[in-house]
Design a protein around this ligand. Structure first.
Ligand code: ACO
Length: 327
């Protein structure tokens, strides 16, 4: 029994910072940012915006696209590292916002790979037969965790939320739906990318911090691990589904960096027209990046019935994983 994605939705904050805006804040340039990352702009939350608003809007759009009512959901899983509370989870807050009760709601913390980890949970839930219809959200506001004086990190991240509704609808009668998911972690590599949970500040808040404040990243090392991990785990997930990279109609990777995406495609011998990229418009939105890209691809008509999709992500933990879906 497979899980079918029957609706997608997404939402980003209203404030958009271009590379030219960042040139006014730190010693950087549009050309440097584009040549090293492919990013042109990113949307970021300000003090009057909350991650819950983005999650709620993305969820309503996904529900609308699915044709289901919120009351028909049987579980809510949110992939995020940006909740405002240690507890309750953002999933419980979203559940209340959606007016739902007496269904499980919880968060998954796997940073930029969170959405794929969420797919793994959804896959297991649905396969076990315990639940038929789930809402899976990927949402993050990493712009609140960067040091806005650190040019090596502040140019990379943006905020947003993406959501999918998963259902067993028709999944028993054909082979469409989630085919396989492989997730892996390497705690030994945690120091390549980390941030303390009490380092939070929106872009419009005043305040100077030491260099050690906010997201700490060993960029070049991370780059190499990301390329290797993403290509290897995608091969493993395809193998598990009895497929090869040539069968992939569209890879929807975590949108961290265009050079990482290109290098992964190259290792998998995929052409770039097999890969969906929107990193130029949003930057790295962490757990939100795959579902935002998927939502855009679906709404742009890039995904057709029976297409094979590879959804892959890598992030802090380190964590990584790939889901293979027959649309
Ligand atoms: N503007 C201008 N110059 C900069 C900037 C900037 N924004 N940031 C760094 N530099 C400078 C550095 O100070 C350095 O200068 P130096 O040579 O005088 O010391 C020079 O540029 C080169 O720095 P590197 O870090 O070696 O640059 P690199 O080519 O590796 O690119 C980058 C940096 C873009 C961060 C790259 O390493 C990368 O993408 N790594 C992966 C990081 C990532 O994606 N993290 C997200 C989370 S993990 C994930 O999602 C997969």
């Amino acid at each position: 029994m497979g899980a079918r994605i029957i609706g997608t939705g997404s939402s980003v904050p209203k404030t958009c910072l271009t590379n030219a805006d960042l040139e006014k804040r730190v010693d950087t340039s549009h050309d440097w940012i584009v040549s090293r990352t492919g990013i042109h702009q990113r949307h970021v939350v300000t003090q009057d915006e909350d991650i819950l608003d983005l999650m709620h809007e993305a969820s309503l759009r996904a529900l609308d696209a699915s044709g289901l009512r919120a009351e028909q959901l049987q579980a809510i899983v949110v992939a995020t590292v940006s909740g405002n509370y240690a507890f309750p989870s953002t999933a419980c807050l979203l559940q209340a916002r959606l007016g739902l009760d007496n269904i499980p709601a919880f968060d998954v913390n796997a940073a930029c790979a969170g959405f794929v980890y969420g797919m793994s949970v959804a896959h297991s839930y649905i396969k076990s037969g315990d639940y038929d219809r789930l809402l899976l959200v990927g949402a993050d506001t990493l712009s609140t965790m960067v040091n806005w004086e650190d040019r090596s990190t502040c140019v990379l991240f943006g905020d947003g939320a993406g959501a999918v509704v998963l259902d067993t609808q028709n999944a028993r009668s054909d082979d469409r739906g989630l085919l396989s998911t492989v997730v892996e972690s390497s705690g030994a590599l945690w120091q390549l990318l980390h941030v303390r949970s009490d380092h939070r500040q929106t872009v419009d808040q005043e305040g100077s911090h030491p260099k050690e404040w906010g997201i700490q990243m060993k960029g070049p090392e991370l780059f190499k691990v990301a390329v290797r991990a993403l290509s290897e785990v995608t091969r493993k997930a395809l193998d598990k589904a009895g497929l090869s990279p040539a069968d992939v109609s569209l890879m929807v990777p975590h949108q961290a960096n265009l050079r990482i995406i290109r290098a992964v495609a190259e290792r998998l011998h995929m052409a770039m027209d097999q890969v969906y990229c929107n990193v130029q418009d949003y930057g790295n939105t962490s757990a939100a990046s795959i579902p935002i890209a998927l939502d855009e691809a679906v709404r742009a008509g890039r995904v057709r019935p029976n297409d094979i999709l590879a959804l892959c992500g890598c992030g802090g933990g380190l964590t990584w994983g790939t889901s293979i879906v027959r649309w």
